[in-house]
Design a protein around this ligand. Structure first.
Ligand SMILES: [Zn+2]
Length: 335
């Protein structure tokens, strides 16, 4: 059952009740709390359905407000394709064309700043039947802002995207996956559920399409949420060519003290997340953008996975098919 649908009759708020009292058994509940080491195996392929450790099960009511979606718990070959950082006509349109040719619907985590610049592209995302979700106003790491400013920017961005899309927005992916516990709770109070990912192509690096494709295919797994990008702009932290954004390099999981929550660094892999110095020097000062064809990457990924039996629901569609795998995830505010 979809936790969002379950809540919608009474409240917009995905509060603690979204997890409390569930059995934690795959197939029998709306969500399952998983360890980071399970959800964050971004470049590994098939993985077994994890049992919820007893400590996590006990801690679930306490942890619930701060959990994020990472995947779905299923053995069925289903995978949600997600795209961040757009819309940008130069790169989003080829992705939309590749999806349309294959009759696949994806989830787009858009930046409000980009939406204001390219409202027509967002409207095409909507008319093509894709799910519109929020990535923020711009690509500022929210944990670097005062709390009130951070949550204000999320609210403002959501209002802009809803206005242009003429659709409710219920899913949010913070830039770099960066959030504090306080932000996580406040974001939920806005009616937004935080979605991270469980697989990626590392498509913020400038590598040959085939290399990115092989990586994405190798990372695909049943119930996965695949992180992709339909744009390289809006990325004020983008520092140019190279392997910026090493997994966990910019990430300080705050969950280590929680029982069984795991301490592996995980999310945080997004352009610039690792703070690596690239070609451009100051963030945004020089944009040496990836040159591969994002449409070709999307097309190749769908074609190959389809030949292996995969189907591609949206993030919300995935939650209708299988229990949502949630994990505890924070990035502490920098000192
Ligand atoms: Zn991003």
């Amino acid at each position: 059952m979809n936790p969002l649908a379950r809540r919608s009759h009474s409240s917009d708020r995905p509060g603690p009740s979204g997890l409390a009292g569930r059995s934690g058994r795959p197939g029998r509940s709306g969500s399952v709390l998983v360890r980071q080491r399970y959800a964050c195996a971004y470049e590994e392929g098939p993985r077994p359905i994890p049992p919820t450790p007893p400590a996590l099960r006990l801690a679930r009511p306490v942890l619930a407000p701060a959990t994020v979606r990472a995947c779905a718990i299923t053995q069925e070959p289903v995978l949600a394709l997600t795209y961040d950082d757009g819309p940008d006509p130069a790169t989003t349109i080829p992705v939309l064309d590749a999806l349309a040719r294959r009759h696949v619907r994806a989830t787009f985590f858009v930046l409000a700043e980009q939406v204001l610049a390219h409202p027509g592209v967002l409207r095409r995302i909507v008319t093509d039947g894709h799910e519109v979700a929020l990535h923020g106003f711009d690509h500022t790491r929210l944990t670097t802002l005062p709390f009130a400013q951070a949550i204000g920017s999320i609210r403002r961005a959501r209002d802009i995207v809803e206005e242009v899309a003429q659709h409710r927005v219920r899913l949010f992916r913070p830039a770099y996956g960066a959030q504090t516990p306080q932000l996580a709770v406040a974001t939920r109070a806005l009616g937004l559920d935080v979605v991270l990912w469980s697989a990626w192509a590392r498509d913020w690096t400038d590598e040959p399409t085939q290399v990115l494709l092989d990586r994405a295919i190798g990372a695909a797994h049943p119930g996965g949420i695949m992180l992709l990008h339909d744009a390289s702009v809006g990325v004020s932290g983008y520092r140019g060519r190279g392997a910026v954004g090493e997994p966990g390099a910019g990430a300080l999981p705050g969950a280590g003290a929680l029982p069984g929550a795991g301490v592996e660094p995980g999310a945080g892999g997004e352009p610039g997340a690792g703070g690596a110095t690239g070609v451009g020097g100051e963030p945004g000062a020089s944009r040496v953008l990836p040159t591969f064809d994002r449409g070709a990457l999307t097309g190749g990924l769908i074609d190959e996975l389809r030949s292996r039996g995969y189907r591609f629901p949206t993030v919300s569609g995935l939650a209708q098919l299988a229990p949502v795998g949630r994990m505890v995830w924070f990035e502490r505010a920098p000192a």
